[in-house]
Design a protein around this ligand. Structure first.
Ligand code: S3P
Length: 453
C-alpha cells in the first residue's frame, strides 16, 4: 500500500438525466475491515463475499498478511482468510502502512496491542496528521507500550505486554472505533473487558464477535447506558461472511436520485443497521420519497432494498443526538440541503473536524464556491437551499477526502452548472466503482479542468 498518492486528477460532473433502474453499491467498509480482522484471529478458514475492494480495505488485507494470516482473493469480492488463532500474530518485519485508512489503523492498534509483539504503524501524510490518542489512552491502561516520534501520531510503535489487563472503560466520546479497538484488544486479554457506552454507536464489532463465537454480553445499566462485556482468551471460529452494501456509499446515489428530476432508483442489499440510517431518517423528514423493500437479516445485520424517487426537499434541523447514526453522511446531506427549500441546520458536528479532513470547513468552502449560502459554526453547519443557480463556481478543494469529493460530484450531477473537484483519486479509498456505476446510469464526467490552487 503506497503511502504517497499519485498527482491529483481533477474531475468535472455535469447535469445528468433521471437515474433509473436497480443497482448495487460495494460492500460496507466498517464490516469489511472487521471481517478481515476477526478472520485473521479465528481458527479455520473464513470466507468473505462482497468485500469492499477499496484502498482502505486492501491496506487491512496487507496488514493481516504481515501478521501471519493467509489471505487470498478467489474472485472479485470473494476472499478467503486462514486465521492464526487469538494471540497468534507474528511480529511483522516491516512497518505496517495503512495509507489513508483511519478506521483500519485504529482497529488494528487494538487488535495488535494485546499481542506480545511489537509493530510499527504508519500511513499517508493525512493519516500521520490525525490524532490517535483516544485509542492509545485505553490501550496504555491495558499495559500496552507506545513509542511515538510526535505525541500520539503516526508513525508509532506499539509493544504489547505478555499479559494485558482487562479494563472497564467508559467511552469519553461517542466513537465506534474507540469501542472496537478496546474490544479487539480484549480478545487476547484474560478476564472481562467492559465498555460503558453512554451514547450508542455502530455495533458491527459486537455483532460480528457474536457470530465468530466470542464470549460477549450486551446489557444496559440503570442510567440507560449500554454495557458490553467481553471475556478474552477464547477461541474464535471461522465464519462465512456476506458483506451487505455500504449505506455510506448508497447515500450518494440516494441523494442524487432525490435531486435529479424523474429519477426512480433502487439500490439493492444495503446494510440498514439502526446506527447507520440517520441520513435516511433525515431525508424522509425533508420530504424525500424513500421506501425500503425486501427487508431481511444477513449475517446478523439488517439489510434491504432502498427505492428512491425524485422529491422536493425542505430544510430541517438535524438534532445532535442523531450524529452517531449518520456521522459520515453530513457532506452529502449538505448537498441535499443546498437544493432544499429553506435552511437545514446540522448540530453536534464536533467529530467532523477530525475526520479525513475538517469536514465542516471543507463542505462550507465547497458550497460557498458554488453559490450556496452556508453558515459555519464551531460544531454546526447551516445550509440555505434554493439558490437560483447552483454549481459552476471555482474548483472545489476536496482536501483528499473521499466523502467530500464524491458529494461535490453529486452536486455537479444535480446542479444547473458543472462542478469540478480538484482530485478524484481519494474516491478509490471507499467507492472505487462510483464513476463507472454512475456512467452506467447515464451520468457524464470529464477528466479536465485546472487543479485547485
Ligand atoms: C467507523 C466509525 C466512525 C466512522 C468511520 C468508521 C467504524 O468513526 O466515522 O468512518 O467503522 O467503526 P468514529 O467511531 O471514530 O466516530
Amino acid at each position: 500500500m503506497p503511502s504517497e498518492r499519485p498527482s491529483p486528477v481533477p474531475l468535472t460532473a455535469t447535469a445528468t438525466g433521471p437515474l433509473k433502474g436497480r443497482v448495487r453499491v460495494p460492500g460496507d467498509k466498517s464490516i469489511s475491515h472487521r471481517a478481515l480482522m476477526l478472520g485473521a484471529l479465528a481458527i479455520g478458514e473464513t470466507t468473505i463475499q462482497g468485500l469492499l475492494e477499496g484502498d482502505d480495505i486492501l491496506a487491512t488485507v496487507a496488514a493481516m498478511r504481515a501478521f501471519g494470516a493467509i489471505v487470498s482473493r478467489t474472485e472479485p469480492g470473494h476472499w478467503r482468510i486462514k486465521g492464526v488463532g487469538v494471540g497468534g500474530f507474528l511480529e511483522p518485519e516491516d512497518a505496517i502502512d495503512f495509507g489513508n485508512a483511519g478506521t483500519g489503523v485504529r482497529l488494528a492498534l487494538g487488535l495488535v496491542g494485546s499481542q506480545a509483539i511489537s509493530a510499527t504503524f504508519t500511513g499517508d501524510a493525512l493519516l500521520r496528521g490525525r490524532p490517535m490518542g483516544r485509542i492509545l489512552d485505553p490501550l496504555r491502561r491495558m499495559g500496552v507500550q507506545v513509542l511515538a516520534r510526535s505525541k500520539d501520531r503516526l508513525p508509532l510503535t506499539i509493544k504489547g505486554p505478555d499479559i494485558t489487563l482487562p479494563i472497564e472503560y467508559r467511552l469519553p466520546v461517542p466513537s465506534a472505533r474507540v469501542k472496537s479497538a478496546i474490544l479487539l484488544a480484549g480478545l487476547n486479554t484474560p478476564g472481562i473487558t467492559t465498555i460503558v457506552e453512554p451514547t450508542l454507536t455502530r455495533d458491527h464489532t459486537e455483532r460480528m464477535l457474536t457470530a465468530f463465537g466470542a464470549s460477549i454480553e450486551i446489557d444496559s445499566n440503570e442510567d440507560g447506558e449500554r454495557i458490553v462485556r467481553l471475556e478474552g482468551r477464547r477461541d474464535l471460529k471461522a465464519q462465512q461472511i456476506v458483506v451487505p452494501g455500504d449505506p455510506s456509499s448508497a447515500a450518494f446515489l440516494i441523494v442524487a436520485a432525490l435531486l435529479i428530476e424523474g429519477s426512480d432508483l433502487t439500490i439493492e442489499a444495503v446494510l440498514l443497521n439502526p446506527m447507520r440510517i440517520g441520513l435516511i431518517e433525515t431525508l424522509v423528514e425533508m420530504g424525500g420519497d424513500i421506501a425500503i423493500d425486501n427487508r431481511r437479516t444477513v449475517g446478523g445485520e439488517a439489510v434491504g432494498d432502498i427505492r428512491v424517487r425524485a422529491s422536493r426537499l425542505r430544510g430541517v434541523t438535524v438534532p445532535p443526538e442523531r450524529a452517531p447514526s449518520m456521522i459520515d453522511e453530513y457532506p452529502i446531506l449538505a448537498i441535499a440541503a443546498a437544493f432544499a427549500e429553506g435552511t437545514t441546520v446540522m448540530e453536534g458536528l464536533a467529530e467532523l473536524r477530525i475526520k479525513e479532513s475538517d469536514r465542516i470547513a471543507a463542505i462550507a468552502a465547497g458550497l460557498l464556491a458554488n453559490g450556496v449560502t452556508v453558515e459555519e459554526g464551531p460544531e454546526s453547519l447551516a445550509v440555505t437551499g434554493g439558490a437560483a443557480r447552483i454549481g459552476g463556481g471555482a474548483t472545489v478543494t476536496t482536501r483528499l477526502d473521499h466523502r467530500v469529493a464524491t458529494s461535490f460530484l453529486v452536486l455537479g450531477l444535480a446542479g444547473q452548472a458543472p462542478v469540478t473537484i480538484d482530485d478524484f483519486g481519494s474516491i478509490q479509498t471507499s467507492f472505487p466503482e462510483f464513476q463507472a456505476l454512475m456512467n452506467g446510469l447515464g451520468a457524464h464526467f470529464e477528466r479536465a479542468g485546472p487543479a485547485a490552487a
